[in-house]
Design a binder for this molecule. Structure first.
Ligand SMILES: Nc1ncnc2c1ncn2[C@@H]1O[C@H](COP(=O)(O)OP(=O)(O)OP(=O)(O)O)[C@@H](O)[C@H]1O
Length: 341
């Protein structure tokens, strides 16, 4: 099912939690809304689910208006599956009954419902916990039950509000793989919100970077990373340094006194700001004089920040060997992205 959001607005008091947000989400797309705490992600998802009314704008699911001027379809008429931060399990039901519930509600027999539930319970690594009540589970386990229930419901559209937030890192990455595999198989349109860019990058067909009630940029993860349209997006996604550059109008720019091949959007002016990612920087004995400002171990590699003469911001560099602050590491900037004017 496609989801269309057209200039949706929601205000609490004087604060616009969602401020003229628009997006066209295609049938089967995995669409991630990424933003810091309080940017309006949950409010937007609740508006799509029907748990929040709109002040103005319109929301359509599969071409049918579900919210707009004078219209507010209740959640049960929107046929969307939901996994929210608060897991909202039925406390009196066991794990298996919770997960089987949407299948039974869809009219399948008890036996079939329990088969499907067992499969989803296995997918979230909770086999053996079928007969427990939610009160006998940890927060992360409850979250996995909620996820299993949502997957079992086989909805055409699934809304997920940080469903992996309470999981430990190991389980989290296996659940990411599980979710990606499930999405590929079931093909349900999925709106997934997170403040974790790594998670967003891993799952999304497209990411919307949200700040202060607005979408700053919407695009494929790789495009958002390589071609950010603004300094805010560049800083929010991945490591970078943003430094002054002089553009020659033809694929190269002067950065820190050297000529660097650059990519640009529709840039024309000479004065520019260059986004430099770790992959743009290489160690080079004949390169710019630089020294390590900070360095952290990331398992197999070290992430460093370099002080370079004539460059205000420390450059990011990935090193394959140990080093310490103060060590001299000459580098070359091989490439960069120039932000639009
Ligand atoms: N019912 C409400 N009444 C008043 N203000 C609200 C209400 N719900 C949300 N807000 C405010 O709207 C803004 C957006 O909140 P929202 O929950 O959508 O953010 P979020 O991006 O999901 O944050 P988080 O990641 O912390 O959950 C916040 O400033 C919040 O305080």
């Amino acid at each position: 099912m496609s989801v269309s959001i057209r200039s949706a607005v929601k205000t609490f008091g004087k604060h616009a939690a969602v401020n003229h947000v628009s997006a066209e989400i295609a049938d089967g797309e995995f669409f991630v809304i990424l933003g810091a705490s309080g940017c309006g992600k949950t409010t937007l998802l609740r508006m799509i689910a029907g748990l929040e009314t709109l002040d103005s704008g319109e929301i359509l699911i599969n071409g049918r208006s579900v919210a707009g001027p004078g219209l507010h379809l209740p959640p049960e008429q929107r046929r969307v599956g939901m996994v929210f931060q608060s897991y909202a399990l039925w406390p009196h039901m066991t794990v298996v009954d919770n997960v089987a519930f949407p299948v039974k509600a869809a009219g399948l027999g008890k036996r079939k419902a329990h088969d499907i539930a067992a499969r989803q319970i296995e997918a979230v690594s909770l086999t053996g916990f079928e007969e427990r009540k939610p009160s006998e589970l940890s927060g992360g386990q409850r979250q996995r039950v909620a996820l299993a229930r949502c997957l079992a419901g086989n909805a055409d559209t699934i809304l997920m509000d940080e469903p992996l937030a309470n999981l430990d890192p190991h389980l989290r990455s296996s659940m990411e793989e599980e979710l990606a595999a499930f999405h590929k198989m079931a093909g349900a349109t999925t709106l997934f919100i997170t403040h974790d860019q790594r998670e967003g990058m891993a799952l999304a067909d497209r990411i919307a970077v949200m700040e202060n009630g607005r979408f700053l940029q919407v695009g494929a993860p790789d495009d958002i990373y390589r071609f950010p349209e603004s300094e805010k997006v560049a800083r929010f996604i991945g490591q970078s340094a943003i430094v002054p550059a002089l553009y020659d109008g033809n694929g190269a720019a002067m950065i820190a006194g050297k000529t660097v091949p650059v990519e640009t959007g529709d840039k024309t002016g000479r004065q520019a700001r260059a986004v430099i990612r770790p992959a743009d920087v290489t160690v080079d004995a004949d390169g710019l004089a630089a020294s390590i400002r900070t360095i952290v171990y990331r398992g197999g590699v070290w992430e460093a920040r370099l002080t370079v003469d004539g460059v205000d911001e420390a450059l990011p560099l990935v090193l394959d060997r140990k080093a310490k602050p103060g060590d001299a590491v000459p580098v070359t900037i091989r490439s960069a992205w120039l932000l639009p004017d």
